[in-house]
Design a protein around this ligand. Structure first.
Ligand code: GDP
Ligand code: IMO
Ligand code: MG
Length: 422
């Protein structure tokens, strides 16, 4: 049996905290896509830690953690992350497994990412510049190197061939960068990875399922950044949605039970691209300040706005969401008035659908107002104690989406999660 936790917005919904919370109920936690563009924040012993590629189940002694074939792995960042996890006393080598089919991010992928963004000028995607796009291009273009290749004696020769290919592309783009320091670190990190349990991930995970073990698939980014269904071209390069679990781990669709979608009580986006409910005013500034909305990977300020129910309903449809976790509800504590987007006004016409290319349209959100709750909710433990105004806000969202919010996160801490009993 496999459950999935994934983001329903533009990433940074608080997936890391939620996976960490639910991990004790599972035997295996597996990442199925993305790479070091992700930044998943958790609090362990009240200390903050940000994970990029290691699954967020790593702090639970009993959980097996798998980096699936759908992930693009940057050895350098991975080595650093392992050191950070070890500083919490975690013996990461015991429970961390890597699929041999996961593709590698090489130093020239990062250079290509930079070159591509520069060449786009004002139309740049706002990539995290971690080499994600170029690494996935090499996967679909059938050029990339995979983790399993590290064990081959010809690895260095294959690496040099790939680097030469990249060098020609970089020359064509008139982009020069000295990658020798990265390369040195890369080869050190490659040696480090060779000591890990590199497995045939699809057999590994299906064997666990066969044995009756419970698997939790952890998504990165969010549904609106999905390469097929997000706000293309302002998206990431992988399938962030529940379908990505099948291809990113080698799991059949009928093995998936719950799809747990994580959404903030409002909305954020980092990087460029359409964001219909964005607030370029004092309210947006307040949301950023109170919500500490700065990127966990790049430190960039996140764009903030009201919750977008059109986009959320779309994400529920595409993913088959069975339960919703609403995070950062406490950030709205101090607002007198809240708004939710129920439709888009496109060229004077109302629509409740995600259009083909949002970035080419004049769009305005149709907003419905709600009274704020003006109460500090951070210490609430039971849904009975939720303020009435908040109950009304949640009940409207539940009805609109046709999927219910079953958990409400009221702070970044591990124990700040309220089960919503209705
Ligand atoms: P992820 O990428 O989806 O894992 O999310 P990030 O870690 O990038 O961003 C979420 C941020 O919100 C982190 O700083 C979390 O510590 C924080 N956070 C998560 N849940 C809550 C919550 O309910 N309330 C508040 N105030 N912060 C939260
Ligand atoms: P987590 O897992 C928020 C955004 C980037 C950029 C676009 C493409 O922490 O939610 P890429 O580096 O993939 O080429 O960037 O996607 N992006 C994220 N935004 N959270 C993330 O991950 C993101 N990963 C990528 O800002 O707009
Ligand atoms: Mg994040």
């Amino acid at each position: 049996m496999v459950d999935v936790i994934l983001g329903l917005q533009w990433g940074d919904e608080g997936k890391g905290k939620i996976v960490d919370f639910f991990a004790p109920r599972y035997d295996v936690v597996a990442r199925f896509q993305g790479g070091p563009n992700a930044g998943h924040t958790l609090y362990v012993d009240s200390k903050k830690v940000v994970l990029h590629q290691i699954p967020s189940g790593i702090f639970h002694d009993e959980a097996i953690n798998l980096i699936g074939n759908g992930v693009v792995l940057d050895p350098v960042t991975f080595k650093r992350e392992c050191a950070s996890v070890a500083s919490f006393g975690v013996d990461y080598k015991k429970n961390l497994f890597i699929s041999q089919r996961a593709h590698l991010i090489v130093p020239t992928h990062r250079a290509l990412d930079k070159a591509s963004e520069i060449s786009k000028g004002n139309e740049k995607i706002g990539s995290t510049l971690k080499g994600i796009g170029p690494a996935y291009m090499d996967k679909t273009g059938r050029n990339g190197l995979r983790v399993g290749d590290l064990l081959d004696k010809n690895f260095t020769t294959e690496y040099i061939k790939l680097r030469l290919k990249h060098q020609r592309l970089l020359d064509g783009m008139n982009f020069q960068e000295d990658i020798s320091a990265w390369e040195e670190e890369f080869f050190e990190a490659i040696d480090f990875i060779r000591q890990f349990k590199i497995v045939n991930g699809e057999y590994f995970i299906n064997d666990k399922i066969q044995q009756g073990k419970k698997v939790l698939a952890e998504g990165a980014q969010g549904s609106m950044l999905d390469v097929d269904f997000g706000t293309f071209p302002f998206v990431t390069s992988s399938n962030t949605i529940s379908a990505g679990v099948c291809t990113g781990l080698g799991i059949a669709p009928q093995k998936i039970k719950d799809v747990i979608g994580v959404s903030k009580a409002y909305c954020t986006r980092v990087g460029s691209g359409p964001f219909p409910t964005e607030l370029n005013d004092e309210t947006g500034e307040e949301l950023r300040k109170i919500g500490s909305e700065f990127g966990a990977t790049t430190g960039r300020p996140r764009r903030c706005g009201w919750i977008d129910l059109v986009a959320l309903k779309f994400a529920c449809m595409i993913n088959g969401v069975t339960k919703i976790v609403m995070t950062k509800a406490d950030v709205l504590d101090a607002f007198d008035k809240l708004q939710v987007c129920t439709a888009y006004n496109i060229n004077g016409k109302e629509s409740a659908e995600i259009p083909f290319q949002m970035n080419k349209l004049e769009m305005k959100p149709v907003l419905k107002s709600f009274a704020g709750w003006n109460t500090d909710i951070t210490a609430i433990k039971k849904s009975n104690d939720i303020p009435l105004a908040m109950k009304e806000y949640i009940s409207f969202i539940n009805q609109f989406l046709g999927v219910s919010i079953q958990y409400i996160s009221n702070g970044p801490g591990r124990d700040q999660l309220i089960e919503n009993l209705g």
